[in-house]
Every structure is written in structure tokens, then in C-alpha cells.
Design a protein around this ligand. Structure first.
Ligand code: C2E
Ligand code: MG
Ligand code: MG
Ligand code: MG
Length: 274
């Protein structure tokens, strides 16, 4: 009111601009899915004790013809809303499984592959699709992990619990992603076949910004290990964080300190060099 009516008009038009550009992006995304613009990127995961590469997280990127590479924070929410997420997840997973089989057949040592699954994919029968892709590509189930966010995993719907159980029975590992950001109950976690938890980046940040005594990271590592679950720290950006996590006996880590997510070609070059 203080600013007068113009302000209202300004907000109104910027909101409709926002909605319009989002709708435009949604249309472009559905075309992108069919024209091969969705690509799998790879971020290495290292064992802290040995600094050995033990795994890779697969992260979706949109190679937009005009805007260049668009990250998942921008297009995954649109894909969730428009129902494209199962298709995008399928494309990225298939690329990664096929690519790894080809790398391994060229003598590159095996590592684990982690893919991200959203609640919506769990509801759309992700287990059956994974099972089909594993048999089509010949990728060994024991080398695959699915990452499910803590909030999706805590969804107590029978469907989600059943789907996670189904994935576990395929021999695929189940990781809880962004651990510590949601509110999880240990009782519910115990009902799921969880093999790994991933400490959310915000608690890794905490290591350099606050007192390291009784850190959240320390609590998560202790809890995970007491349940026989291995722990990966994400978003490790400096040596202080790496050193501290190693001291806590955290099993593995990923982050810009080691390596940023790489395109297929970049990752291949990285593998050859290491
Ligand atoms: P996430 O699974 O927690 O993935 C980790 C994110 O942290 C990635 O962002 C990665 O690029 C970023 N990251 C890694 N190391 C560092 C670091 O040292 N510092 C900082 N600041 N960031 C780091 P990205 O690739 O933008 O992905 C964001 C989220 O999008 C993912 O979070 C995941 O929840 C979702 N996502 C990505 N790909 C897929 C997919 O194929 N399917 C589904 N359903 N979700 C996906
Ligand atoms: Mg993840
Ligand atoms: Mg994560
Ligand atoms: Mg995250």
C-alpha cells in the first residue's frame, strides 16, 4: 500500500512472467527428453581410509541447445510436476548402466553406481523398471545403489515401503540421501533394507563453521555404524572436513574437494588418468 499501486502491477507481471517461463521450460523439457538432451554426469565417491575410488553418483543434467548445461535443481521439480520424472530417471539410469558395462569391458576396475530415485518414481514402480534394466544391460545388482532422500524414505505409505523392499530384494543397495535434513524415526528406518546413509552437505559445512565437538556428522556416523550401515559424507569441499571425517571413521566421501560431477567424456578421461 505504501508503495502505491504500481508495485502491485509489477509483482503481478513478474509472477505471470515466472509462470510463463516455467511453462515454456516444461514444454522444452518434454521435447528434450525425446531428443537426447538429458545426460548422466558422474561424481566420484572415495573411501576415506585409502582414497580409493569406490563409487560414482549419477546426476542428471540437461544439455540445453541455447542455455547450455542446466542442473537438476531447476528441471527436476518441473519433471516431478509434469510427470516426466520416471522417464528422465530411466534415461539417466540406462545411460549410466550401459556406459559402466562398456568401461568395465575395457578393463577399467569396477566401482559402485548410485542413482537418485524420487518418491514419485517409487510410486511409479521403479523396482520393476530397475529389474528390467539390470537384466537388459547385464549390470550386476550388487554394484548398484539407489539413493532415496530421507523424506521420501520416511513416507510411511505401504506403496513406498513395498517398493523399497522390492529394490532391496533385487540385490540393489539402498542409501538414505540428505540424511539429517528430514525427521526420521529409527524404528521406521529399521524396516527398510538400508545399506548406506549419506550425511547431508549442510552438516559437512558445519564442520568448518562451528565447534567440532558433538557435531551432527559425528552423531550420524556413530548411529550408522551401530546399525551396521556404512556412511558417506557429501559436499566435502576442503581438507579440514576430509581430515575430520576420516578421524570420525566415516567410510566414504564425495565433493568438490575431490572432484566435481563430470560429463561422460570427462569421467572417462579421469578414470584413465587414475
Ligand atoms: P543429491 O543427490 O544430494 O546430489 C548431490 C548434489 O550436491 C549434486 O547437485 C552435486 O553436484 C552437489 N555437490 C557435490 N559435491 C558438492 C560440493 O562439494 N559442494 C557443493 N556445494 N555441492 C556439491 P546436483 O547435481 O545439482 O543435484 C541436485 C539434486 O538433484 C540431487 O541432490 C538429487 O536429489 C537431484 N537429482 C539429480 N539427478 C537426479 C536424477 O537423475 N533423478 C532424481 N530423481 N533426482 C536427481
Ligand atoms: Mg544423491
Ligand atoms: Mg545427497
Ligand atoms: Mg543433497
Amino acid at each position: 500500500k505504501f508503495e502505491g499501486k504500481n508495485k502491485y502491477l509489477f509483482f503481478k507481471s513478474s509472477l505471470s512472467d515466472f509462470i510463463q517461463s516455467r511453462q515454456k521450460l516444461a514444454v522444452e523439457l518434454s521435447n528434450a527428453v525425446n531428443s537426447g538432451e538429458i545426460k548422466a554426469y558422474y561424481q566420484p565417491i572415495f573411501e576415506l581410509d585409502t582414497e580409493r575410488l569406490v563409487g560414482v553418483e549419477v546426476l542428471a543434467r540437461w544439455q540445453h541447445p541455447v542455455r547450455g548445461v542446466i542442473g537438476p535443481e531447476e528441471f527436476i521439480p518441473i519433471a516431478e510436476e509434469t510427470g516426466l520424472i520416471p522417464k528422465i530417471g530411466g534415461i539417466v539410469t540406462e545411460q549410466a548402466l550401459t556406459q559402466c558395462m562398456s568401461w568395465w569391458s575395457q578393463g577399467i576396475p569396477e566401482f559402485k553406481l548410485s542413482i537418485n530415485l524420487s518418491a514419485r518414481q517409487l510410486n511409479a514402480g521403479a523396482g520393476d523398471e530397475l529389474s528390467r534394466m539390470l537384466s537388459e544391460t547385464g549390470f550386476p545388482a550388487k554394484n548398484l545403489d539407489v539413493e532415496i532422500t530421507e523424506s521420501a524414505a520416511m513416507e510411511k505409505s505401504a506403496r513406498v515401503v513395498r517398493e523399497i523392499g522390492h529394490i532391496g530384494r533385487l540385490g540393489v543397495g539402498v542409501s538414505i540421501d540428505d540424511y539429517g535434513t528430514g525427521s526420521s524415526s529409527i524404528a521406521h528406518l529399521n524396516k527398510l533394507p538400508v545399506s548406506t546413509i549419506k550425511i547431508d552437505r549442510s552438516f559437512v559445512d558445519e564442520i568448518t563453521t562451528t565447534n567440532q565437538l558433538n557435531s551432527t556428522a559425528q552423531t550420524i556416523v556413530a548411529m550408522g555404524h551401530s546399525m551396521g550401515i556404512s556412511v558417506i559424507a557429501e559436499g566435502v569441499e576442503n581438507d579440514e572436513q576430509r581430515e575430520y571425517l576420516k578421524k570420525l571413521n566415516c567410510d566414504c566421501a564425495q565433493g568438490y574437494h575431490f572432484c566435481k560431477p563430470l560429463s561422460q567424456d570427462e569421467f572417462r578421461a579421469f578414470l584413465k588418468a587414475s
